[in-house]
Design a protein around this ligand. Structure first.
Ligand code: F6P
Length: 320
């Protein structure tokens, strides 16, 4: 391997810049050249590619977003798009590629690997929905951002003795909801992974909690369940308790990354370069049982992840 390309793909996540910085500087320190590919696979197809020096990644470790920009690219899902991507890599002398993104981005990386470009994925998503790893870049910052926002909603919810439904991101996964549910002491957490979602049970719980003297009722609703505004109207009608919905939205994706996100993203970026330098391809970096490790992308994409039942039970037990 002589030249490594790096791109970010899919939704951005705080800590992606730390990973880019690590890829660039680790590669340079190993005597490799690095090229930044802008706007994800879109930028690869459009040849938005620039040589990266150590100075190009100065002052970015503390910044949210991604200095390489990102995109979701429909063309790259087609065999023609993938073949063109491999050709562009070859044209620019890129023989190793680091893709920072989620499962969808890894599916693209897998195709490039099959077309002869040595490719390594780094899990970057606030959703934590990548099965092979217990850590994804951005999750820690996102839960801290959401937690602080929910604390603020809780203050006003208590003052007005209201029910507040707060919707958090996570696509089809409930990890942000589960962590915030515990961290914010929510009365209820609604997760797409739990099939026992029953609005009547929720309403009964609100009424019971009110009788027990609770001043507010905080419901953390995962985006995968959604419909927070109409849920609020139904709950208010059924309980007589004033109910408001707050959708936190994209604020959860921004902001300066936490220490954990900076450190783990730096480790993963370095690890990815080491894998490429060792001639590895079609791998994804992961973190499991306290160690940074790597998996075959095909195997990683086939793995399933589930919500910790014990964490969910704890959230329930502590919300009385
Ligand atoms: O994957 C990250 C994420 O923020 C999800 O939580 C959410 O469902 C999605 O991206 C939103 O995507 P967009 O920014 O394209 O609206």
């Amino acid at each position: 391997i002589k030249t490594i390309g790096v791109l970010t793909s899919g939704g951005d996540a705080p800590g992606m810049n730390a990973a880019i910085r690590a890829v660039v500087r680790k590669a340079l320190s190993r005597g490799l050249k690095v090229k930044g590919i802008y706007k994800g696979y879109n930028g690869l197809l459009n040849e938005e590619i620039k040589d990266m020096t150590a100075r190009d990644v100065s002052d970015i470790i503390s910044r949210g977003g991604t200095v390489l920009y990102t995109a979701r690219c429909a063309e790259f899902r087609t065999p023609e798009g993938q073949a063109k991507g491999a050709e562009v890599c070859r044209k620019h002398g890129i023989d190793g590629l680091v893709v920072i993104g989620g499962d969808g981005s890894f599916a693209g990386a897998q195709k490039l690997a099959a077309l002869g470009i040595n490719t390594i994925g780094i899990p970057g998503t606030i959703d934590l929905d990548i099965a092979c790893t217990e850590y994804t870049i951005g999750f820690d910052t996102a839960i801290n951002t959401a937690m602080e926002a929910i604390d603020k909603v809780r203050d006003t919810s208590t003052s007005h003795e209201r029910c507040s439904i707060i919707e958090v991101m996570g696509r089809g996964a409930g990890y942000i909801a589960l962590y915030c549910g515990i961290a914010n002491g929510a009365e209820d957490i609604l997760l797409p992974e739990k099939y026992d979602y029953d609005e009547q049970k929720l309403i009964n719980n609100i009424i019971e909690n009110r009788k027990r003297g609770k001043k507010h009722h905080i419901i953390i609703n995962a985006e995968g369940i959604g419909h927070s505004a109409s849920m609020a109207r139904r709950i208010e009608a059924a309980t007589g308790m004033e109910t408001r919905a707050t959708i936190l939205g994209h604020m959860q994706r921004g902001g300066s990354p936490t220490c954990t996100d900076r450190v783990y993203a730096s480790m993963m970026g370095s690890y990815a370069v080491d894998l490429l330098a060792e001639g590895k391809t079609n791998r994804v970096v992961g973190y499991r049982n306290g160690e940074f490790t790597d998996f075959d992308i095909d195997e990683a994409l086939a793995m399933q992840k589930s919500i910790s039942e014990y964490m969910y039970d704890v959230s329930k037990a502590l919300s009385i």
